[in-house]
Write a protein that binds this ligand. Structure first.
Ligand code: ZN
Length: 219
């Protein structure tokens, strides 16, 4: 494929818990041959590596158990982008999560001649996020997932283990995660809205409907 760097499109994907972000990331990645930069999983992967960057991340997340600094987020994005073919677009997921990370992410892209074409925000209310996530249960032994139903057994049909819920998925846990995400990320959303590159999507729609809208608007 003969693609000039100018036509390579780079995207950022934002959304609160329950917005279906990973489903859309997978679909977009396949449909547009994008390289999916999942910042959270890249951090965990790098922390296991014996590189200088990996050691720095390991120190912060596993030893000090602190939040990764904005500068380090920028380093991770830069490090991952460096390894991507220049004619392939990227989909950044998990950053910038705070307004202070915007410069870092933009600089990391710019250092490889890239810029953000569109920022996709999957918008979901707190009420809807709670409704969607708090029905998620799992077997506490084998981790098989269950969706809460009227008549749900309390033992796992796979291993006989007890069925329970992750603390993060209880209504209180979801509300807490949602509030943290929104308070940190709202300024980021407003910033990209001012830049006129924000695409706000109603995440209550079905996954296929969301994907159709995305393909019409960004591809
Ligand atoms: Zn089980």
């Amino acid at each position: 494929m003969n693609t000039s760097l100018e036509s390579v499109k780079n995207y950022v994907l934002l959304g609160p818990p329950g917005s279906g972000k990973s489903t859309q990331a997978t679909k977009l990645k396949e449909a547009l041959s994008l390289s999916h930069v999942d910042v959270g999983s890249e951090l965990r992967k790098l922390a296991e590596s014996e590189t200088d960057l990996g050691k720095r991340i390991h120190e912060v997340i596993n030893i000090k158990k602190e939040l990764v600094s904005d500068g380090l987020i920028g380093c991770v994005v830069e490090h991952v982008i460096k390894g991507i073919e220049s004619d392939r677009g990227v989909l950044i997921d998990g950053a910038p999560r705070r307004i202070s990370q915007v410069d870092e992410v933009e600089a990391a892209l710019a250092s490889h001649g890239r810029k953000i074409a569109r920022v996709i925000f999957l918008d979901l209310s707190l009420e809807e996020a709670v409704k969607r996530i708090s029905i998620r249960f799992l077997c506490l032994s084998c981790k098989k997932p269950f969706i809460k139903k009227e008549e749900m057994s309390f033992t796992c049909d796979q291993c006989g283990g007890e069925i329970g819920q992750r603390q993060d998925d209880t209504p209180e846990g979801v509300a807490k995660r949602y509030e943290v995400f929104m308070s940190e990320t709202r300024p980021v959303i407003e910033y990209f809205e001012e830049q006129r590159i924000l695409l706000r999507i109603d995440a209550r729609l079905l996954p296929d409907e969301i994907f159709d809208i995305l393909m019409k608007k960004i591809a």
